[in-house]
Design a protein around this ligand. Structure first.
Ligand code: FUC
Length: 351
């Protein structure tokens, strides 16, 4: 097991570092202290070929210029907040309107674009980096000085864990996630439509035409949103279901996870699997429907629609405006803790 730390450039005079965790199986995962951004995950296919399976850039300027949130930690509140404002304890808080009149991924002062302090940690056979950041009272419009830690750990079983911890000195909202785009094929010019997905989720959140939750939970039964058995993602990309069409032909939806909070992803040609387990109540499945632009990503690939998919474990978006959604409000001094584990393997697949 080893951790490599390299200089990755600088922002406003602050040095940005890149950390790489390597285990004895040869799995490697690299990330920056800028936004705790995961830049590369290299794992073997069924023939032992090691390839990168996430979307990223090969330079810091690109991470600063393009707002696709590649690999980053999102917060303080992931997803959209209607009207870019909310009320808490009689006070109205105003956030940045960075998507028409709404706030997306905490606006222009999000956790994905700040420098975190990274400290290498060794826990028995595991290696990792513990990131810390103190988000000042009012940052992004949210109340409270929020002390945050995000710890990335890799073990010998190809399990990568993200532990999120936070505590605020005022009552506030917290809903963090990681925004990595996966493409398990390792060929970063294919579409994710051929990926299979399986997760225990009976209900998903209906969205309106601004991609905000209407508040209604819809049953997945009989729809392309039913992943209780293996289903290819292209089902939703080719579907006439109004919710798939509204998302730009695909998925961009929060799914409420049943008691077994487990999500399985599989790609047939490579045989690669990703199993995600989480303590969070939901996952947002986003199939890269809006991934478009005239620029190259790592591997010199031009970005295109459906190039990667995100599985963002979190509480439901816009929870502050829907009292029946799991709460994301934390009391002064109350500990926020959340964990998501990613296991990278190889299998024969759904058959
Ligand atoms: C996801 C989506 C959004 C947005 C963003 C880049 O989280 O929910 O629609 O496009 O990523």
């Amino acid at each position: 097991m080893q951790v490599i730390k390299q200089n990755y450039g600088s922002i406003d005079g602050q040095t940005i570092s890149k950390f790489t965790l390597v285990n004895d199986q040869g799995m490697t995962i690299s990330f920056l202290d800028y936004g705790c951004t995961i830049t590369e995950i290299i794992v073997p296919d069924r023939n032992g070929k090691f390839e990168n399976i996430v979307l990223g850039f090969d330079n810091l300027e690109a991470y600063q210029s393009y707002s696709f949130y590649f690999g980053s930690i999102i917060g303080r509140v992931a997803g959209r907040i209607k009207g870019a404002s909310f009320e808490l304890d009689g006070n109205i808080y105003t956030l940045a309107k960075n998507e028409s009149r709404n706030c997306l991924h905490s606006g222009t002062e999000g956790l994905h674009q700040v420098k975190w302090r990274g400290e290498i940690v060794n826990k028995g056979n595991d290696v990792g980096v513990k990131f810390s950041y103190l988000s000042p009272d009012g940052e992004g419009g949210f109340p409270g000085n929020l002390c945050l830690h995000v710890t990335y750990t890799l073990n010998q079983l190809n399990e990568f864990t993200i532990l999120y911890e936070g505590v605020s000195d005022k009552r506030t909202l917290i809903n963090l996630t990681n925004h990595t785009y996966f493409n398990l094929s390792g060929k970063l010019n294919t579409s994710v439509g051929e990926h299979w997905l399986k997760m225990a989720s009976d209900q998903f959140v209906e969205l309106d035409n601004e991609m905000l939750p209407t508040g209604r939970l819809l049953e997945v039964k009989g729809t392309p949103f039913d992943f209780r058995n293996w289903r290819k993602l292209k089902d939703g990309m080719n579907s006439n279901h109004q919710q798939n069409k509204l998302a730009g032909w695909g998925y961009d939806h929060p799914f409420l996870l049943n008691r077994e909070k487990e999500i399985m992803l599989f790609e047939g040609e490579s045989g690669r699997t990703l199993k995600i387990t989480t303590t969070e109540p939901a996952v947002v499945l986003y199939t890269g429907n809006m991934l478009e632009g005239d620029f190259l990503i790592s591997g010199n690939v031009k970005v295109h629609k459906y190039l990667g998919l995100c599985l963002e474990t979190q509480a439901l978006p816009d929870a502050v405006h829907h009292s029946h959604f799991p709460s994301i409000t934390f009391e002064q001094g109350e500990k926020y803790q959340s964990q998501t584990m990613y296991y990278f393997g190889i299998e024969e697949g759904p058959g």
